[in-house]
Design a protein around this ligand. Structure first.
Ligand code: BG6
Length: 475
């Protein structure tokens, strides 16, 4: 019993939340660079306020982030010290194709990631690379409107081809899009979409989703052709929807919420639009425009595994039931009276991870990979500069316990677990620095000050032991 010996323990991050260096070595501007911190962020990431450049009024946390661009050797050394067997990271598209539609890639950008992969190799860390983690060149948004335009498939595949060929000797595990279902909730951040006044937003989102689904399938095809060892997974923001009560109306609403989420994985893992989506999109008059070959492409190139982020479950009440709301990973839902909540109001539900693992595995019967799970919290160094983050240890311990139960007692096939995020970085949802997830504290403060020095938190040695014991010693 226990987890398989080669279980992939590690940590996960995203380029725009840790790298900084957005004007260095020929890198172009991306959607995620122009998402400001503060009150306007919500309107920008949801595509309701068009912001395609930086202004003087706002601050832009991705510009420096935690400066992984200049600290990557130190950071990867720390990951090695933690014992990470895998590092999930993403590529900043605009380091490779600054505008998105160039003929030739930017060699300096390619060189940077080669160095990152070499560093991983030195420490026996296997990279798991997200090709697009909330990342779209501004050039492609200005000229083509982002993923609403079918031409994006070609630009994305060009990026894929460059990555699959250039990094053939370093990388064989890939994710095509981070949290693909976020296109419905944060369409500018997820797919570079800004809405025009009066247009049918749902129609635009599902058309863009279709383009990403086709692009993702063609990426699977290409990855396998270039290197038969390549494995490509999809990635979605998971967290089962619980009905607020056993009233059939609440149960029905919860089922609709799950279907909205699973829609993407249904297509990527099974290879076709599920019946409920066909009916509803057609009835609503927003069935996406498709090319004749799309159906065959989706059918032929399904993903090798399914990965997801899990932060919380959702609690769903029928419309008009007047129940209190709770926050969550870019989704709001009803407040679950049986759970406690993080400082950001996200529900804490370890058993929910076991429930989610079971539901996803029952539905798809493909290997699963938890590629994000963690607690965003304010960490305050004590007078000696030490951070005692027992709350984080507690959160992770209970989630890992639930994960192990799903594998050992329920038979779920699980490849690995990468916690979000081993080294503090910028929050995607709020743009805040003070919402920290790491085992390593970065001295970077909300106002941009700080030395960027890295300090291990109490949770560092705890996670080290977890990995060393392959999940047997949870402290
Ligand atoms: C996921 C994203 O939505 O959740 C990450 O893939 C993100 O990019 C993480 O950072 C946690 O959310 P937040 O808003 O606390 O950063």
């Amino acid at each position: 019993m226990g987890l398989q010996e080669n279980f992939l323990w590690g940590g996960a991050s995203a380029a725009n939340q840790c790298e900084g260096g957005i004007f260095e070595d020929g890198r172009g501007l991306a959607n995620v660079d122009v998402c400001p911190a503060g009150k306007d962020r919500g309107d920008v990431i949801s595509g309701r306020r068009k912001m395609l450049s930086m202004d003087q009024e706002h601050t832009y946390p991705a510009a420096v982030a935690v400066d992984f661009y200049h600290h990557f050797r130190e950071d990867i050394r720390l990951l090695g010290e933690l014992g990470c067997r895998v590092y999930r990271m993403s590529i900043a598209w605009t380091r490779i194709f600054p505008q998105g539609d160039e003929e030739e890639p930017n060699e300096a950008g390619l060189e940077f990631y080669k160095e990152v992969f070499r560093e991983c190799q030195k420490r026996n860390i296997r990279p798991l690379v997200t090709i697009s983690h909330f990342d779209c060149p501004i050039g492609l948004i200005e000229k083509y409107g982002g993923w609403r335009n079918r031409k994006m498939i070609g630009f994305y595949l060009k990026l894929c081809k460059t990555l699959f060929t250039r990094y053939k000797e370093y990388v064989s595990d890939w994710l095509n899009f981070n949290e693909i279902n976020m296109i419905l909730h944060a369409p500018f951040m997820g797919a570079g979409i800004c809405f025009e006044p009066g247009e049918d937003e749902e129609a635009v989102k599902y058309q863009a989703a279709h383009h990403e689904l086709v692009a993702g399938a063609l990426a699977v095809k290409m990855a396998h052709e270039i290197n038969p060892k390549n494995r490509v997974g999809c990635m979605f923001a998971a967290g089962s929807a619980y009905p607020r009560t056993c009233s059939p109306e609440d149960v029905w609403e919860a089922l609709l919420t799950d279907q909205e989420n699973y829609f993407f994985v249904d297509v990527q893992a099974r290879g076709y639009y599920p019946a409920y989506a066909v009916k509803r999109l057609k009835k609503r008059g927003i069935w996406p425009k498709m090319d004749p070959e799309d159906e065959a492409v989706l059918k032929s190139y399904t993903v090798d595994f399914i990965s997801f982020s899990y932060y919380n479950s959702r609690c769903i009440a029928a419309p008009g039931s007047g129940s209190e709301e709770a926050e969550g990973n870019l989704f709001k839902s009803a407040k679950n009276p049986y759970l406690t909540f993080s400082e950001w109001g996200w529900p804490i539900d370890p058993l929910g991870l076991r429930i989610t693992l079971n539901q996803v595995y029952d539905r798809y019967q493909k290997p699963l990979f938890i590629v994000e799970n963690g607690l965003g919290a304010v960490d305050t160094p004590d007078e000696n500069g030490e951070i005692h983050d027992s709350y984080r240890i507690e959160y992770l311990r209970e989630h890992i316990r639930a994960m192990k139960a799903a594998v050992e007692e329920d038979g779920v096939e699980l490849i690995g677990y990468t916690s979000w995020a081993p080294i503090d970085l910028i929050s995607a949802g709020s743009g805040e620095m003070k919402k920290r997830y790491g085992f390593v504290y970065v001295d970077k403060q909300e106002d941009g000050s700080g030395t960027l020095a890295r300090t291990k938190k109490q949770s560092f040695s705890w996670y080290q032991k977890v990995i060393e014991s392959n999940g047997e010693d949870l402290g």
